[in-house]
Design a protein around this ligand. Structure first.
Ligand SMILES: Cc1cc2nc3c(=O)[nH]c(=O)nc-3n(C[C@H](O)[C@H](O)[C@H](O)COP(=O)(O)O)c2cc1C
Length: 186
């Protein structure tokens, strides 16, 4: 698949079969992620791969509770209150694999580097027939000290980009894009 096709066809997939990707596939995706550019070539990323459905379901419940507990009425996330309150909503969309991209603390531009790595991973996954979805809801909970201990994220790393990967169940409709706002072109 050519890169423009991947860019234009990738979607955030929210329905999965639940089958985890095998280790070789996961490694291909992570290797693709590490081909991203990084500030001063620091490559400050580290990857945590979670494929235990029971753990993911339990964390999903705790993440929902954490987000709801900290949701301020004026937050842009407030529109998701009803969705997050639903007992059937699974934060990880029941995907078989969660990859948590972490940045070494103190990296010069760790968040940018890891976000670029995530985009590489998502495009590579799409080219391999897999679906992905960024899971921003999970980030605050994953960054709590007690969650990091439970997930086994080493001290000295912060969670930047959780992303689920899996085999899509059905088609995902495209979300429209606004026209680019070009503010100057001299
Ligand atoms: C930083 C970030 C966090 C996101 N968090 C979530 C999330 O928690 N759950 C979810 O279902 N989608 C999440 N998304 C996916 C966006 O909703 C999605 O990218 C957007 O609606 C555009 O759709 P598309 O990815 O299919 O083009 C997130 C995307 C980004 C970039």
């Amino acid at each position: 698949m050519d890169v423009m096709e991947a860019i234009y066809q990738r979607r955030s997939v929210r329905a999965y079969t639940g089958q985890p990707v095998d280790k070789a596939t996961g490694e291909v995706l992570i290797k693709a992620a590490t081909q991203a550019p990084s500030s001063m070539n620091e490559q400050p990323w580290a990857f945590a791969v979670i494929q235990d459905p029971k753990r993911l379901a339990a964390w999903s419940e705790r993440i929902k509770a954490h987000v709801l507990q900290h949701l301020k009425p004026d937050s842009p996330l407030a529109k998701y209150r009803d969705i997050l309150s639903g007992p059937d909503y699974h934060v990880f969309h029941r995907a078989g694999t969660l990859i948590i991209i972490c940045a070494r603390s103190g990296a010069h531009n760790g968040e940018e580097d890891c976000s670029l790595a995530a985009q590489n991973l998502m495009l590579a996954a799409h080219a391999m027939g897999l679906g992905t979805c960024p899971i921003g809801f999970a980030r605050p909970w994953l960054n709590l000290a007690k969650s990091k201990r439970e997930v086994a994220i080493p001290t000295g790393y912060k969670v930047v980009f959780p992303v689920v990967v899996g085999y899509p169940k059905g088609e995902t409709a495209a979300v429209s894009r606004k026209e680019p706002k070009i503010v100057v072109w001299r």
